[in-house]
Design a protein around this ligand. Sequence first.
Ligand code: P6P
Length: 336
Amino acid sequence: MVKKNQTLGEFIIENQAEFPFSSGELSRLINSIRLAAKVVNHEVNKAGLVDITGAAGETNVQGEDQQKLDVYANEKFIQTLTNREIVCGIASEESEEFITISGQKQDHKNKYVVLMDPLDGSSNIDVNVSVGTIFSIYRRVSPIGTPVQLEDFLQPGSQQVAAGYIVYGTSTMLVYTTGHGVNGFTLNPALGSWYLSHPDMKFPERGSIYSVNEGNYVHFPKGVKQFIKYCQEEKDDRPFTSRYIGSLVSDFHRNMIKGGIYFYPTTSNAPKGKLRLLYECNPMAFIAEQAGGKASDGFRRVLDIEPTQLHQRTPFFCGNKEMVEKAEEFMAKNPE
Ligand code: P6P
């Protein structure tokens, strides 16, 4: 049941049945993410006042140690996820190792692990370009009540129970899926409430935007070069429009609304791709598929990749189904 403009809280209650196996834990988990998102949003929006509040590493006017925003965001999300006895482990781009959260009682029943990029694209903060948080949620696979294991995090993306992102843009939005479609909520900062502004988000049938860092063109595989030339050709509905913000969440969000493809192929600096499989590509791939799109590493479905390392990277092609399939066609003929 989707009613535009209902609050996130109302939406979660009305759609509780979507989470067949949780007695409200997953709802509480989404609720804690929205709380952290509000806190981080407030700090991100102040970033422009650095010369007043002080840059990271300095003390600000209140004499507080000014943190780098991605460190701050990481701490806020960990704090809110820890306090609710739902999550048994967290993996973050900001931490080399995963973090174990033991419940207040030894026999804690914490069922979920969260993987996140707390502030993706944070290098854009200084130039006032949108940034985002990306999260991915799994049920643990190791026995409940025992310490969480690396295997709990190294699950294929197809096992995600929920995934989403927050885009701190001209407005702040929380977009997430629990496997029943994608819904977008916009924050009203005056009230601190999230409103269902984009119910049941889907990629448009046709896409006409391609998002890639063409500065890496000379290092791309031949198939990628041919796909870019295809996008630029004067034929049929082409040339497509090139739009690249340098912030995955922002490029993805625009492409899901307007229709397009984002791709970060292998380059000489990133022979395995730049983006991280577990907390960037898998959550965005889950959302893309739920919105009628597709996500691939150029050859296979991202959500089928069996992870082997927490911070492993993968080439990433994500967006309109037909655009991703066209890119895969060129990659199949010229993979190198
Ligand atoms: P490049 C940000 O660092 C990020 O992970 C994505 O958000 C973004 O799309 C990409 O890297 C930008 O990388 O190499 O084009 O600057």
